[in-house]
Design a protein around this ligand. Structure first.
Ligand SMILES: [Zn+2]
Length: 418
């Protein structure tokens, strides 16, 4: 759990305090004997602040903005338009990325115009410092320090006169200790080996976590989100196992992936795809993801035999046609594609675990019955689940998985992932 670091940064004979002279979100400890001023910290086709500058293992100071020609146009764009290097949402990130590529240890970023905004964000995090969950930082990326104008002037009084990058001997002692806490959790995985193509995999997923207890102590039950997907996953696994035991093993292997940390940013599925795919992603034929299939969207009241299908046609026409055909034949549910629209502001395609597969060019189908008044609230309880619909929707996922796993050819990827 990432929490704000505490401590000081001493440069020369002064000590600077986090939260007062600068803000940072990442810890750093160590002693350094040089400060590198690297101008704007820009490296671009038409301009470089780095040239032959060696910043490996060093602390660098860079400033916001970007250089201009004599005629007032920007060097990088060649026009009156500034580049991404001047855009607040990218300015720090781009500089940090460049510094990281060069092995710098930390970046002191002077952005006087925006300092208050960074500071406000820091203070907000500090007031509700319950920490953010993420993967453990391996310490290989440079730390970013957003520094006040006064701090920059104290470190380098001639700053405004400097025309190019310089290296200054200076003692820097960083003592910003992490107050991160380790949280461990796990995905739960089971699989049934395929009879003919055991090295091709169909992944069915749902998430096992929810949002926990509210500040007032009430329990968020998460019956729909994602208890519904969880029980569907278990039922489907049971059905496949019964079939396998009766001599009807699927041709391809089926992976039942019950992921953790979805609510904290799709962490469990990302861990699976980005860090430790138990089965090769190149051999993963499709992912069918179930996240909330037990309720009725108020917008669809009175017409309850439906499920929102998202993403089925994004990468593979094959998968989309198969999904339709299976439903026509067995479940006859209205497949509602409202949220499959690329322009839909909810962007559900990017918001559940299947996305980590889709970004790897693996065709996906996402099953979802929509949000409702109890979404992420204590009222998401089992008595409000429509069990007949949950059953039918789970059956649809089962039949579709069965078809994907048993057809002769794997579903073809014929579209680009976006
Ligand atoms: Zn969910």
């Amino acid at each position: 759990m990432a929490k704000l670091p505490k401590g000081t940064l001493s440069i020369g004979d002064r000590a600077y305090t986090v939260g007062e002279d600068f803000v940072t979100f990442s810890p750093l400890t160590g002693t350094f004997n040089e400060l590198v001023y690297a101008g704007y910290g820009i490296e671009d086709e038409n301009y470089s602040d780095y040239q032959s500058l060696d910043v490996e293992g060093k602390i660098i100071l860079v400033r916001s903005g970007e250089p201009k020609n004599e005629d007032g146009t920007y060097i990088i764009s060649g026009t009156k338009k500034s580049s991404a290097w001047s855009n607040m949402s990218e300015a720090a990130g781009k500089r940090l990325e460049e510094a990281a590529a060069r092995g710098a240890k930390a970046v002191l970023f002077l952005d006087g115009d925006n300092y208050r905004r960074y500071e406000r964000y820091y203070k907000m995090m500090k007031t509700n410092d319950s920490g953010r969950l993420g993967f453990k930082d391996d310490g290989s990326n440079p730390s970013l320090f957003l520094i006040k104008e006064t701090m920059a002037q104290a470190i380098l009084p001639e700053l405004d006169k400097l025309k190019s990058s310089v290296v200054r001997p200076m003692q820097i002692i960083a003592d910003l200790k992490s107050s991160n806490e380790d949280v461990s959790t796990e995905n739960v995985v089971a699989y049934i080996e395929g009879s003919e193509k055991p090295n091709e995999y169909v992944v069915i997923s749902a998430h096992l976590d929810h949002i926990g207890i509210s500040r007032d102590g009430s329990i968020n039950n998460g019956a729909d989100d994602d208890g519904s997907g969880t029980v569907a996953l278990l039922e489907i696994a049971e059905a496949f196992k019964l079939a396998a035991d009766a001599g009807r093993k699927p041709k391809r292997s089926i992976v039942f992936l019950h992921v953790t940390g979805e609510e904290k940013g799709l962490l469990g599925s990302r861990y699976y795809t980005d860090y430790e795919p138990l089965f090769p992603l190149s051999q993963t034929v499709a992912n069918l993801n179930i996240d909330m299939i037990g309720r009725i969207d108020p917008k669809r009241e009175g017409d309850r035999n439906y499920v929102y299908v998202i993403g089925s046609n994004k990468l593979s026409s094959d998968l989309h046609e198969l999904s339709e055909a299976v439903n026509d034949k067995y479940t006859k549910i209205t497949l509602d594609y409202t949220y499959n629209d690329e322009n839909d502001p909810n962007r559900f395609y990017y918001r559940s675990d299947h996305y980590n597969f889709a970004k790897n060019n693996i065709p996906i189908v996402f099953y979802f019955s929509g949000t409702h008044e109890d979404y992420h609230r204590p009222g998401d309880t089992p008595d409000k689940i429509n069990y007949d619909l949950l059953t039918k929707r789970a059956q649809l996922v089962f039949y579709t998985t069965w078809a994907v796993a048993n057809r002769n050819e794997r579903v073809v990827v014929d579209k680009e992932s976006k």
